[in-house]
Design a protein around this ligand. Structure first.
Ligand SMILES: Nc1nc2c(ncn2[C@@H]2O[C@H](COP(=O)(O)OP(=O)(O)OP(=O)(O)O)[C@@H](O)[C@H]2O)c(=O)[nH]1
Ligand SMILES: [Zn+2]
Length: 231
């Protein structure tokens, strides 16, 4: 294998990919929650009890008794991305001399719509053209990046641009392509009720944005035969 040129935390000890509190490394926080600390469970549980009260449900009902604390514990996992700066997962770079497209397709993710607090789920296709030094990151890091960025209350467009901008900033590649496809439960189970409707968003940077031929090639690889929604 090639040289590891930038260190950072080794695999499995990195910030946040396994959830807040799992790392001994200090993490930067985006929300004012102290580094590495889980969320305020008591407050979240109180909020869930308030929702039950608003719905006229009896939280003394033994079937619901554990739910507020259970929801609070679940938020540690599904909102873990609030506690970690996404750039921290791109902590390994190899000097590989590779100067053409690296693309991972069909990275599954689940996120939470910040408007309705219900899930949206889908797949991301993430690619980049390495910088002049041919530096590449570990393949798993692209999956971790998508995962982490999705684990916040968010919008699909923000996930797409955050993944693209983080790759752009940390790897300084010549180009970046991110395509996200997702089904939003707020559009399936309620409201407009269009189950199966897929939202597709993209973000391109560098030569993939500027050069039409490079963009066309990257797009066609990303949206190749596996892709369901663009045909
Ligand atoms: N751009 C964008 N919009 C989203 C996303 N997730 C949900 N939305 C939309 O956010 C909008 C919120 O609209 P509002 O009119 O404030 O809320 P609402 O009355 O519940 O809207 P309806 O969903 O149309 O019933 C809706 O149009 C949702 O479809 C997302 O990831 N990106
Ligand atoms: Zn929504």
């Amino acid at each position: 294998m090639s040289d590891v040129t930038t260190g950072g935390a080794p695999e499995g000890n990195g910030a946040g990919a396994d959830g807040p509190g799992s790392s001994h490394e200090p993490v930067r926080t985006l929300t004012g929650v102290p580094p590495g600390r889980p969320f305020d469970h008591e407050r979240i549980a109180r909020g869930v009890r308030e929702i039950f009260a608003g719905l006229g449900l009896d939280d003394d009902d033994p079937r619901l008794a554990e739910t507020p604390e259970r929801v609070a514990r679940m938020y540690d996992e599904i909102f873990a991305g609030l506690l970690v700066e996404p750039a921290e997962v791109l902590d390994v770079v190899f000097e590989e001399g590779h100067d053409e497209l690296v693309l991972i397709k069909d990275i599954p993710f689940a996120s939470t719509c910040e408007h309705h607090l219900v899930p949206f789920v889908g797949r991301a296709h993430v690619g980049y053209i390495p910088n002049e030094r041919g530096q590449v990151t570990g393949l798993s890091k692209l999956g971790r990046l998508v995962d982490l960025v999705a684990k916040r209350p968010s919008l699909q467009e923000r996930i797409t641009t955050t993944v693209a901008d983080t790759l752009d900033r940390v790897l300084e590649p010549r180009g970046v392509l991110v395509i996200v496809e997702a089904e939003h439960l707020c559009m399936s189970m309620r409201g407009i009720r269009k189950p199966g409707a897929m939202t597709v968003t993209s973000a391109v940077r560098g030569i993939i944005r500027e050069d039409a031929a490079t963009r066309a090639e990257a797009m066609s690889l990303a949206l190749g035969s596996n892709n369901r929604s663009m045909h």
